[in-house]
Design a binder for this molecule. Structure first.
Ligand SMILES: [Zn+2]
Length: 324
């Protein structure tokens, strides 16, 4: 953390952060807490290897997305617009062509493995994307990419977009910033597509064996819950909506799995339970719970799955063989 008031820097734990966010902890030097305008916030570790340009080029960088073919550079942003929207944009004086080419220069975000996974869990939780198919991408940067010096604040505009042309010198295609939302204090990159050399991707989460003992036990508990009667009418008066025994059991299973995750991820761990679909696909929910948790607790399996994927080369370096 770095205090916005006195600039003091110190290390904290997830438990300390939890208390800080409730205004129960403050800057140890000057006492500024989370309520002040100059509140302490995450800053990049001066010892983080990603402070070095050579390490940024050598590292693998990660990105999670619901796009099956990220980054699809042939994708036409205008293809998603309706004719009515296009006519309206033209009438308002902003040409569709100019808008589309600006959309194409929008920076892409890559970061640590942890940041990519937290981003996926946050989207599943906040944006109701828990049913969407996600993909994890691993990126190799072009060894000739041009990196802006220093680690900066995230330079997003009011809709959350970044245009590197607005924040660095022409020709720069990699911009380091401190991520304050996911894997806080880690270094993330806003990059232009031409800064990437190659990409690998896998669907997330990894498949889970339906004979896994925890999965079998979870299915048995859910099946037993379906046979239980609905809550007593007297209790229902105090509830905002009726919760069936099946839905309650599903929430219990979710909490049990979440309890094995780091503190900061527990509240974000939301796996949509399709109650109506339980009879036809009883393994879907328990296997997804286990699969998502293992991304965090057993990252080696995910990295092994990525290692088994071929690299999709976006730009080959002249005179150099394409790596496997
Ligand atoms: Zn302070």
């Amino acid at each position: 953390m770095r205090c916005g008031s006195c600039r003091h820097e110190w290390l904290v734990t997830a438990e300390w952060l939890d208390r800080f966010n409730q205004a129960l902890e403050a800057c140890p030097a000057c006492g500024t807490d989370c309520q002040g305008e100059d509140r302490p916030d995450f800053c990049a570790d001066p010892e983080d290897p990603a402070q070095e340009d050579s390490a940024v080029r050598e590292f693998y960088w990660y990105h999670s997305s619901t796009h099956e073919d990220w980054p699809d550079r042939k994708l036409d942003p205008a293809a998603r617009l309706t004719d009515v929207t296009k006519r309206r944009m033209e009438a308002m004086g902003s040409g569709v062509g100019a808008w589309a080419s600006r959309q194409k220069t929008k920076a892409l975000h890559v970061g640590t493995y942890e940041a990519a996974i937290e981003n996926m869990l946050r989207r599943m939780d906040d944006q109701g994307s828990s049913d969407d198919q996600f993909y994890l991408y691993r990126v190799q940067l072009d060894p000739n990419c041009v990196i802006e010096s220093g680690v900066h604040q995230e330079p997003t505009n009011f809709v959350g977009d970044v245009y590197l042309a607005e924040v660095c010198a022409p020709g720069t295609n990699v911009f380091r910033y401190v991520n304050v939302h996911e894997d806080p204090s880690s270094v993330s990159l806003a990059i232009e597509p031409d800064a990437m050399r190659a990409v690998q991707g896998i669907p997330m989460p990894l498949a889970v064996d339906v004979t896994d003992p925890w999965v079998l036990d979870a299915i048995a508990r859910l099946s037993e819950a379906t046979s239980k009667s609905a809550p007593q009418p007297k209790l229902q008066r105090f509830r905002l909506r009726e919760v069936t025994a099946l839905a309650s059991e599903a929430r219990r299973l979710e909490s049990e799995i979440a309890a094995g995750l780091p503190l900061a991820l527990r509240e974000r761990f939301t796996v949509g339970f399709d109650e109506a679909g339980f009879d036809t696909a009883p393994t879907a929910f328990p296997t997804k719970l286990v699969g998502l948790a293992r991304i965090v607790t057993e990252p080696r399996a995910v990295l092994d799955a990525l290692n088994a994927e071929p690299w999709r080369v976006l730009q080959a370096i002249e005179g150099e063989a394409v790596f496997s």
